[in-house]
Design a protein around this ligand. Sequence first.
Ligand code: SF4
Length: 345
Amino acid sequence: MSEPARAAVEAEAARLSSKGLSDLGYADAELERAARLIVRIKELKAQKNAVIPVHVYQRPEVIHGIADFVGDSYKLSKLCSETKAAAIVFCGVSFMAETAKILSPDKTVLLPAPEAGCSLSESITAADIRRVKARHPGAPVATYINTTAEAKAESDVIVTSANAGRILRKLYRDHRKVVFLPDKLMGQNLAMQLGKTPGKDIILWKGTCIVHDNFDSASVGLYRRMYPGVMILAHSECSPGLVSVVDFVGGTGDMMRFVESTDAPFYMLVTECGLGELARTRFPGKRFLPMCRLCPYMKAVTLERVLAVLEKPSAADAVEVDPGVQDRARKAIERMFEMAEEGGK
Ligand code: SF4
């Protein structure tokens, strides 16, 4: 492919700067390097009739440079099921691209970083779930979306951090016991929220997110003394100890909506660093304090790798899911869409 025109690169670099990347610390040379790649990606994307969904934890130049839509797992999986494009280039991790493939089996789904896994999705296998089900017959299995296609296929309903409480509440209308997999900390938080006892009426697994597992609740008091009025928000994958001392708990979409609708002197988003960067660009008038960690899986996606996958995808870049697994996993995801959106609390 030929070098992009100088004017197009300059215009793209100026656009990135206007989106807030200069304020995040991008130097002019970095903006120009990103702009050169973005111009080429956009040309190829149009030629190949592709869409690019981007998770909120991705790098700012990926989010602001090439995303057709930006969001959390729920929003991205829903939008992927609705797109008419021939190909989906998923800027996220493996389980997300698999979810896109399950919902769009006729489309080509490409993952620019095929090795990008997730500590939660790797914590449990389909065989593990079958063993849990055998130990708790009749208990519905609600599985967090951060799991492999095989794990989803063994589940009754998929949930996200945004809708887990709502869906579990509905399951408890007809069941005394529910299995929630694989995030132990989110499960403990749900148990507290719903008044359930882990091991008795909510059965949990041992998986954790390497990003959210280790935040220290002791530092919350220190930040409150240093920054009076600070509003502290934590992701629901954080520990119950932390969750019990913050001002708001939820998924990434909930956290962004909370920031948008409130007016505090400072905000602290206890989650992956990408969300804080996105918040700083979306709400330039608000002040954000750092308390975040990088997810190495999410950060494996770069503009160079997106361009490479569009130019010449290898067999490893294309996401494939066994048709039998796909069918059963899709039913569990569709059950989530129904239960998350149907009426009732
Ligand atoms: S942030 Fe945690 S849950 Fe999300 S992809 Fe990374 S390891 Fe998985």
